[in-house]
Write a protein that binds this ligand. Sequence first.
Ligand code: PLP
Length: 386
Amino acid sequence: MRSIYFDHSGTTPVHPAVAEEMYRYLTGDNFGNPSSVHQYGLQIRKKVMEAREKVAQALGSGAGEIVFTSGGTESDNMAIHGAAHTNKNKGNHIITSAVEHHAVLNTVKTLGKAGFDITILPVDQYGMLSVDDVAAAVTDKTILITIMHANNEIGTILPTAEIGKLARERKIIFHVDAVQSFGKIPVDVEYLGADLLSLSGHKIYGPKGAGVLYIRKGTRWRQTLFHGGAQERLRRAGTENIPGIMGLAKAVELAVENRETESARLIGLRDKLIQGLTSMEDVRLTGHPTKRLPNHASFLFKYIEGESMLLSLDMKGIAASTGSACTSGSLEPSHVLTAMGVPPAEAHGSLRITLGKDNTEDDIDYFLEVIKPIVEKLRDMSPLKD
Ligand SMILES: Cc1ncc(COP(=O)(O)O)c(C=O)c1O
């Protein structure tokens, strides 16, 4: 049976060159602790510095502004908690959007429970945030705006650069979750006007459990989550995950090298897929029709449960996702689709196809061939369709 992986927003396979780089730091004499003063430590410290420079170059930042973390969730938590608590004396208002990843949304809500004043801005039917809404929400107590660069469920690219400009003019700290956009569209901290920016290794053919938090020099931000050693210049306590850092830096290097050609190729495949699926009856695209990630196609199928579609596709060797959250066995409708005004019953019929480096036109043809009978069969059985 064919085996096709269409869930690259969920995670990606580790690139062989990344695995090779990581293996180097799991074997031989490359086990040193970068905080040690002997040769073992010094040699690794130098390598970590080179990795930091590589990541900094990719983001258009200085190497001293890069902190290695355990992934996107930690970077988001560190960014938001650090900015909020460090600036409490200036104000207590935080702005975010209704379509953020839970790593941001739940962190902001936690701060709301702790006494911060939070504004969660609505989006339109494409999951797009209005810059005017952000401007209107700002008060003289606003200390942080945290907005994602591109949405993981629907692929919409948000107007982060304009929001960054607005934040800069008002001297408000701006955090960007760039976990889904990095490697697919340009991510430059100057262009985006980001003071804080999160990346994750496993979305870019790097390792799981490795990420980056960019912290602009001069930003009023202090580490408030982990208490321990002085690693990462007091910004992230704990002995560094050396194989993870080295693998992540390699993945970043490859992502930068391949981005333009690979994104152009994926746009071609994505558009063929969108064309094929939206020509079916009662199927519509979710997210913005043009301002969307090159590899991202997401849909709503009327009268069908997304989960049933996933199981049927899996039996045909195709791994996709619904893009919605599943909590303790009971399906909650996706907060992103709900925020876009999709009724809960319809939100359950979501399907997300996210393409990656090994996908070919043949995969799209095969998918379009097998999805049609699956949809027909599920609709025939559906109690939702009379
Ligand atoms: C937009 C976004 N932010 C944050 C995360 C969390 O990243 P990690 O899995 O590295 O914790 C994800 C992962 O799906 C994501 O899509």
